[in-house]
Design a protein around this ligand. Structure first.
Ligand SMILES: [Zn+2]
Length: 82
């Protein structure tokens, strides 16, 4: 049996096993969240504190990527109906 690493949610403190939750490695940090709800809380705080001018390009680009994906799904759905 492999040595299972346990993570601790940085938002609520709950312990959870590898393979569950959300674990993000960014730079030298490891951000561990036991649930998408805890990640959402953290992400909301992060987005509110980062100066908007520094991230607006990324915000717009990612929003455009999702809009493009939604448009692709819409087209696929429309083809199935025909
Ligand atoms: Zn949590």
């Amino acid at each position: 049996m492999s040595a299972e690493r346990r993570h601790r949610c940085i938002t609520c403190g709950r312990l959870f096993p590898s393979g569950q939750g959300i674990v993000i490695r960014i730079g030298n940090d490891v951000l561990e969240f036991h649930s998408s709800r805890c990640f959402a809380k953290f992400a909301k705080s992060l987005l509110e504190r980062i100066p908007y001018d520094e991230i607006k390009g990324y915000v717009r680009r990612i929003r455009e990527e999702y809009e493009e994906l939604l448009e692709q799904k819409r087209k696929i759905r429309a083809k199935k109906i025909i």
